[in-house]
Design a protein around this ligand. Structure first.
Ligand code: TRP
Length: 361
């Protein structure tokens, strides 16, 4: 049986943080274990360039950082293809065709892009490449004929855009070439997008509020211990809030039953711990110590593996080269079908060529 294709991707703009792990890396590793799917993980360097055109060096370095993060968390290049967007020609050609099927006003309505434009403060200097990146991302997804795209909820508008392009394309060119993708969202809602250690809506390098997968034991501990909590929870006995409290949001994302048994047996589960915090009588220090234990346990083997893989950078490049050529091969097939469907395959189209010779006599 043909395997279904899964495609996911990340922009290479720095190493990945624990929010990426909870949001998507962990589920990628799970998906890799089933043999119903073949997964491609795309390092979207061209998308990263849309708002980093002046800093290609950051992207070059991040390609290897991402590869290390992938290998460290357990993505296996024998099972999963790790590939680089700029090395896959179909991904730059398809957007040319798709861009005719999307209106400016549709692009301007994309809530994720809108929010990013605001955050950047582009003003009148908004690059065309940036507003149109959802078209390029639709090409990423459809070129592989991906049925599933594991991602965070911020990517839902991109999937919606991709589905619209698929249905327009298949309708206008009277074909069935492109496949509509579906998102696979993280199981735990806290993982959709992890808040920063300072309580800001998002972990972001520029806010300096991330815990990175590669952070060593000491750095992780220091970051946890200085996390923002509930500003109204001053004395241990004060009732506390858990809803917008990053310590509890992280516990929601990472803690498991076993962690309670091992490090905090006085509670049987997170709900019990939360109740105590909300009632009053549970101190922030104790919560942070527990969170630190949970994170150390989750990431200690991953960190060790990352360390090992980083000893051979040449091998990282080989892995990417192999995955990229696998990706180029399958996406070129889609590209040919797309060109055929539009009818711009003049030099291979036998009907077109035969008609020419007939009409010339
Ligand atoms: N937009 C995604 C992000 O910012 C990265 C990405 C590029 C992607 N192409 C993709 C994700 C294709 C899923 C599928 O993280």
């Amino acid at each position: 049986m043909e395997k279904s294709i899964i495609l996911t991707g990340d922009r290479p703009t720095g190493s990945l943080h624990i929010g990426h792990y909870a949001g998507t890396l962990e589920s990628r590793v799970k998906l890799q274990k089933t043999d119903k799917y073949h997964m491609f993980v795309l390092i979207a360097d061209l998308q990263a360039l849309t708002d980093n055109s002046d800093n290609p060096e950051k992207i070059r370095q991040s390609i290897l950082e991402l590869t290390l993060d992938y290998l460290a968390v357990g993505l296996d290049p024998e099972k999963t293809s790790l590939c680089v967007q700029s090395g896959i020609p179909a991904l730059t050609e398809l957007p040319m065709y798709y861009s005719n099927l999307v209106t400016m006003s549709r692009l301007e309505r994309n809530p994720t892009v809108k929010q990013e434009i605001r955050a950047h403060g582009f003003g009148h200097n908004l690059p065309v490449g940036f507003v149109t990146y959802p078209i390029s991302q639709a090409a990423d997804i459809t070129a592989f004929k991906a049925e599933y795209v594991p991602c965070g909820d911020d990517q839902l508008p991109m999937l919606e855009q991709a589905r619209e392009i698929v249905s327009s394309f298949n309708r206008i060119y009277k074909c069935n070439v492109l496949v509509e993708p579906q998102a696979i969202l993280p199981e735990r809602s806290a993982c959709f997008r992890l808040v920063g250690t300072d309580g800001a809506a998002k972990m972001s390098k520029s806010l300096n509020n991330c815990i990175y997968i590669k952070d060593d034991e000491k750095t992780t501990r220091e970051k946890v211990m200085s996390m923002y909590t509930d500003p109204l929870h001053i004395n241990v006995s004060d009732p506390g809030h858990t809803a917008n409290n990053p310590v509890f949001i992280y516990l929601e994302a990472f803690s498991k039953k076993e962690h309670f048994d091992e490090y905090l047996p006085e509670y049987s589960c997170l709900d019990e711990m939360k109740q105590h915090y909300e009632k009053g009588g549970l101190g922030d220090m104790k919560c942070k110590k527990f969170l630190n234990s949970v994170l150390q346990e989750t990431f200690s083997d991953i960190r060790k593996r990352r360390e090992e893989f980083s000893k051979d950078k040449g091998e990282l490049l080989n892995i990417l080269k192999k995955g990229t050529s696998q990706a180029a091969e399958i996406t070129n097939k889609t590209l040919t079908e797309v060109r055929n469907a539009i009818g711009i395959n003049y030099f291979e189209d036998v009907l077109f060529i035969n008609n020419l010779t007939r009409s010339s006599v």
